[in-house]
Design a protein around this ligand. Structure first.
Ligand SMILES: CC(=O)[C@@H](O)[C@H](O)COP(=O)(O)O
Length: 276
């Protein structure tokens, strides 16, 4: 891939196109090793899962930075568990104070069964938080008009789902992702949630996604550290392939080895004899 494939959002360089969540790992040590293996651009963290004691602890910020280790990963607090714009805005403001970052992954869930975002509340929260100076990265559906509304609200990127959170089904609606890529050619698109295998992450990247965010597939792998590395390689490969340009698919077979004429070595041999 060209060295010039620098990844920026809101004019800030992001070190990797693979982003990872921080829940459900078998242990903190395994999680840290998985981050070291994948070197994710962002690591997301839910404030809701922290205890009041955690939040009051002055060392908390320090501990989170230790989790990120020597990697160049950034912390991306999220508003997981929020069901209204009001709740999400309050949590984002708390996250900014606690983690000293204006980046926020905005989640407003509208349906408990599918964990589908409430896109009306999402756009409303995105507008307010953007006005307050946040860099809002919204977890959304793959609906073109919703993504356009989020961009108009001030989001520097959109994060449409591949499939519902935790399902591992991959890109269940490739048509929608293709539509988003075609209609929003200059928008940063991060496929967020539902990715179960490295091949699915690669598919998203081959389709032109700018990055992939996932959690369950690594945290719940039999070997999270190895799986994290596999996802990192898949995301890089998918990106390189997208840039390289694909051959055109065709229905009829077309010989990749020429069958007409003499083999080149035959000609070369004859020429050799001639010189003798
Ligand atoms: C929106 C959301 O919460 C996702 O980022 C989730 O954390 C990752 O989804 P998977 O666990 O399906 O990868």
């Amino acid at each position: 891939m060209a060295d010039s494939d620098v990844f920026t959002i809101a004019r800030e360089e992001i070190s990797s196109r693979l982003w990872l969540g921080s829940s459900m790992y078998p242990s903190p040590d395994i999680m840290v090793s998985a981050f070291a293996s994948a070197q994710p651009g962002f690591v997301t963290m839910s404030l809701r899962r922290q205890t009041a004691g955690d939040l009051a602890n002055n060392d908390y910020h320090e501990r989170v930075n230790q989790w990120l280790g020597a990697s160049q990963s950034r912390l991306l607090p999220n508003t997981a568990g929020c069901q209204s714009a009001k709740e999400a805005i309050q949590l984002a403001i708390l996250a900014r104070e606690l983690f000293k970052t204006s980046w926020i992954k905005l989640e407003v869930i509208g349906d408990e069964y599918s964990l589908q975002p409430n896109v009306f509340e999402l756009v409303s929260a995105a507008r307010e938080l953007s006005a307050q100076g946040f860099y809002v990265l919204p977890y959304c559906t793959d609906d073109l008009v919703v993504c356009e509304s989020l961009l108009h609200a001030g989001c520097p990127a959109v994060m449409p789902w591949g499939a519902p959170i935790g399902t591992g089904k991959g890109i269940i609606n490739p048509y929608q992702l293709r539509t988003l890529r075609a209609r929003l050619p200059d928008t940063t698109i991060i496929v967020d949630a539902g990715i179960g295998r490295p091949s699915q992450a690669m598919q998203a990247m081959e389709m032109g996604a700018d990055g992939v965010l996932l959690n369950t597939a690594v945290a719940k792998a039999a070997n999270p550290v190895t799986m994290a590395g596999a996802f990192a390689a898949a995301v890089d490969a998918g990106r390189a392939a997208f840039h390289a340009g694909f051959m055109t698919e065709r229905d009829m077979a077309s010989p990749s080895t020429p069958v007409a004429g003499l083999p080149f070595w035959h000609t070369a041999m004859r020429e050799g004899q001639h010189h003798d």
